[in-house]
Design a protein around this ligand. Sequence first.
Ligand SMILES: Cc1ncc(COP(=O)(O)O)c(C=O)c1O
Length: 387
Amino acid sequence: MQQAKLVGLQKALQQRAALQQLRQPVTVEQYGGRLLSIAGKSYLNFSGNDYLGLATASEVVAAFAEGAATYGAGSSGSPLVTGQHSVHVELSELLADWLGLERVLLFSSGFAANQAMLLTLADKDDHLLLDKLSHASLIDAALHSPATFKRFVHNDLASLNKALSSSISREHQPMVVTEGVFSMDGDSPDLPAMLSLCQQHDALLLLDDAHGLGVSGPEGKGTAVAQGLNNDQLFCYMANFGKALGVAGAFVGGSKTVMDYLEQFGRHYVYSTALSPALCAAVIKSISLSRSQPWRREKLHSNIAFFRAQAADLPLLASSSAIQGLVLGSSKRALHLSQQLKQEGIWLSAIRPPTVPRGSARLRITLSSHHSEQDIQHLLQSLRQYL
Ligand SMILES: Cc1ncc(COP(=O)(O)O)c(C=O)c1O
C-alpha cells in the first residue's frame, strides 16, 4: 500500500522536473545583506526581501541576543496559555500606535496570519473577492473557506466592480482582498479608488502589505498611508516581519472587535506556539530603526529610481517598488539566465510556475538599501550581455 503512495509521489516529482519546475534548495553559508556566500562563492544578492538592510543591522542582532538573555529563546506556549510575554504586548502596542490601528495580533508567519484572517472572518454566506495575483497564503485560505470565492482581474477596478455587483447580500458584506505591493510583479492597486468602490458596494477591504510595510509611506507606515489613506479605514491590515523589517513573524491589525474575534476564533492564533520573545525584541528594534533612519528608505528609493532609469531598454514589468520583474516566458530560459548571472557573481533566482502564471517565468529582481549604483550597473550590464 505504502509503495503505491510512493510511486505517486515520485511521479509528481518527475513531472515537475520535466517541466523545469523543480526547486533546488540552496544553503546560504554567510549572509551579509548585499552579499551572499553559497557553496564557497560570494555573490551580489538581488533575490532577497531585506529591503532596508535591517536583517544584519548590529542593533537588531544585539536586541535579538539581549531578548533571548532576558526572556528566553522560546515563548514556551500558545499565546492564550503561557506563551504571551510582556515583550509580545510591547510589540503589539508599538505596531498599533505606529500604524494607527486599534489593536493587532501577532502570528508566527505571514502565511499563518493570512490563513487566520480569511478562514476566521469569512463565513459560509460571505463572498471573498481576491485579486487574481494574490499570494498563495490568501488563495489557499479562500479555497478552503466555506465562503463564495471569486477572483478579479489583477488591479482592475472594472473587474472588481463587476464581481461586487454580483455579490450583493443584505446581511453579508463582501470582503475584498488585495496586496499593497504584489510579491511577484511589484505593482500596487489604486487603494483610494478601491476603497471608494468598496464603500459604494458596502464591502470591506483587507490588505496584505507584506512588501509595503517599512518601505512605503512616511515612517514606513505602508502602502495605504503612502496613498493618502489611514490604515484604520481598512477592515484588516496584515503585514509580516520577515521582509523589510528583516526578522520573521507577522501580524493582523484592525478594530478592537475584529481582533478580539480573531483572538477567540483564529485557530492559527489559538493553537500555535507564540512567537519567540527574543524575536519580538529584535522586531521592536527593527521598527525603531526603520522609523528613525529614513536614509534606509531614501537609499532604497534612489536605487529603484536609478535602476528604472538605467534599465529603460529592458522588458521590465511596470513597477516603482523594490520588486522588478523581468519576464522571460519559459522556465528553461529563466533558469538559464539565472545560471549565466551566477558566472558574473550575481545571485538572482528564476521564479517559475506555479509561483507565477504559466508562460511568465521570470527573474524577480529585488533591490535594497545595501546596493550601490555600481552593483546595479553590474547587474544591468550582465543582463544585457546574456539577454
Ligand atoms: C504578499 C505576501 N503575503 C504573505 C507572505 C507570507 O509571509 P511569511 O513569509 O511571513 O509567511 C508573503 C511571503 O512570501 C508574501 O509575499
